[in-house]
Design a protein around this ligand. Structure first.
Ligand code: SF4
Ligand code: SF4
Length: 370
C-alpha cells in the first residue's frame, strides 16, 4: 500500500511538472463601465454595509419573497475573520421570522457534523433564530437533463420545508473558482457532502516543486491530512478531496490547480445551480466587504486586499454576480481582479450560467443611496 502511495505521488508530481502560466498584473487606468439606466435586469446597490443597509436593499426585492423563508449564509470557519457577521443579517432574519440554513462540509472539523456546526454558528453569534442543517435527516437527488457534467444534483431533504431562499452571500476570492459569490453559495452551499465531493472530484492540485519554500501552510490547513513535507511536498491522492485550500494558501504558487480543472469545477458549480433553480425559489443579496483572496472556509484566510464596496441585490443570479464582479474590478482597477490575486479568472461561472439560461449579464445598477 505504501509503495502504491509513493508511486502515485511521484506520478502526480511528474504530471504537475508543467509550470503554471505566469500571470502578470493587469492594473489598468481603465474604469469599468457600469450601466445605470436603460434596458437590463435590475440590480440594486447600496454602500451601506450594515443591518439597516440590508433592510433597505431587501425592500427592493421583497415582492419576490414569499411564504416560509430560509436565509442561506456561511457561519465562518473557526478562526476565519472575514465571514459575514451575524449582526448584518439579524434584522432581516428577525423581521421575516426566517431560518438560517446550511449544509455540512465535505471535510472534517466543526462544520463537518450537524451538532458541532450549529454550536460553531452560535459561538459566532447566530443564536437568535433557528438553524437548519438541510441534510441532517437525509438527502435527495434531483435529476437534471442535458448538462455536461451531471445528471443529478444531491441536496438536503429539508430544502422542501421552505418557499423562498434568500442567498445571503459573501462575495470574495476562492482558490478554485476565482471568486465565490451567489453561484458558489447555492451550489456548494446546498449540495450535501456527497454533492460537494462530486463537484470537487478530480480537481487535485499539481505542484511546481522548485517553488516550494517549505513554509508548511498547506500541511497545516489541509482538512484531509493529505500532505507530507519532506524533500518535496507529497500529496496522498487517496486522501485528497480536491478542496483546493492548499493551492489557495500557498504563498509561492508551488501548488496550483490547472486552468482546465478550475473551469470544469466552475461549470459543475453552475450545473448544481441549474438543478436547484429549476426546483426552488431564490433571491440574491451579495455583500462586497472583507474581500480576501480566499474563502470563508479557511481559518487562516488572508486579510482583505481591497476596500469594502457595498451590497448588491436582485432576483437574477447572473446579473447579481456580474454586477458584483464589475464593482470589485472597478474598485481595484484590475481588468480581472481574481485572476490577478488567485491566478484564476472566475468569469466562466458567469458565462456558463448565462449559457444555461440562469439569467443575463445585461444588468442595470440602481443605486438606492441616491
Ligand atoms: S504552502 Fe506552498 S511553499 Fe509552503 S510548504 Fe506548501 S507547497 Fe511549499
Ligand atoms: S486539495 Fe490540498 S488542502 Fe484540499 S484535501 Fe487536497 S491536499 Fe488537502
Amino acid at each position: 500500500m505504501k509503495k502504491m502511495t509513493i508511486f502515485l505521488t511521484v506520478l502526480l508530481l511528474l504530471l504537475g511538472c508543467s509550470k503554471k502560466d505566469e500571470v502578470k498584473a493587469v492594473q489598468t487606468e481603465k474604469t469599468v463601465e457600469i450601466k445605470t439606466e436603460g434596458e437590463g435586469a435590475k440590480v440594486f446597490f447600496t454602500k451601506d454595509i450594515s443591518g439597516e443597509g440590508v433592510m433597505r436593499i431587501y425592500e427592493m426585492i421583497a415582492d419576490s419573497v414569499r411564504g416560509n423563508v430560509a436565509l442561506k449564509t456561511h457561519f465562518g470557519e473557526s478562526g476565519n475573520k472575514n465571514y459575514l457577521k451575524a449582526d448584518l443579517s439579524k434584522p432581516l432574519v428577525q423581521k421575516l421570522g426566517a431560518t438560517y440554513v446550511e449544509t455540512n462540509v465535505l471535510y472534517g472539523g466543526k462544520r463537518g457534523k450537524t451538532e458541532s456546526h450549529i454550536k460553531l454558528a452560535k459561538d459566532h453569534g447566530f443564536d437568535f433564530a433557528p438553524i437548519d442543517i438541510l441534510e441532517s435527516e437525509g438527502e435527495k437527488e434531483i435529476p437534471v437533463k442535458g448538462l455536461k457534467h451531471f445528471d443529478k444534483v444531491v441536496i438536503g431533504e429539508h430544502m422542501d420545508r421552505y418557499d423562498t431562499f434568500i442567498l445571503f452571500s459573501h462575495f470574495k476570492g476562492h482558490g478554485m473558482a476565482g471568486f465565490g459569490g451567489a453561484i458558489k453559495n447555492v451550489s456548494m452551499g446546498f449540495g450535501t457532502p456527497r454533492g460537494k465531493r462530486a463537484m470537487h472530484a478530480r480537481q487535485r492540485p499539481l505542484s511546481d516543486i522548485d517553488k516550494c519554500i517549505k513554509c508548511g501552510l498547506c500541511k497545516e490547513e489541509c482538512p484531509e491530512n493529505a500532505i507530507e513535507i519532506g524533500d518535496v511536498v507529497v500529496i496522498d491522492p487517496y486522501k485528497c478531496s480536491g478542496c483546493g485550500k492548499c493551492a489557495s494558501l500557498c504563498p509561492t504558487d508551488a501548488l496550483f490547480i490547472e486552468k482546465q480543472g478550475t473551469e470544469i469545477f466552475m461549470e459543475k458549480l453552475v450545473e448544481y445551480v441549474k438543478g436547484i433553480d429549476e426546483n426552488y425559489h431564490m433571491v440574491y443579496i451579495n455583500v462586497l466587504a472583507n474581500i480576501s483572496k480566499s474563502c470563508d472556509c479557511m481559518g487562516s484566510a488572508p486579510a482583505p486586499f481591497t476596500e469594502d464596496i457595498g451590497i448588491v441585490a436582485g432576483t437574477d443570479i447572473v446579473a447579481v454576480e456580474k454586477a458584483s464582479l464589475d464593482l470589485v474590478n472597478r474598485a481595484t482597477g484590475h481588468e480581472d481582479t481574481f485572476e490577478h490575486v488567485n491566478h484564476i479568472s472566475g468569469n466562466r461561472q458567469i458565462e456558463y450560467a448565462a449559457e444555461l439560461g440562469l439569467g443575463t449579464e445585461n444588468y442595470v445598477l440602481v443605486d438606492i443611496d441616491k
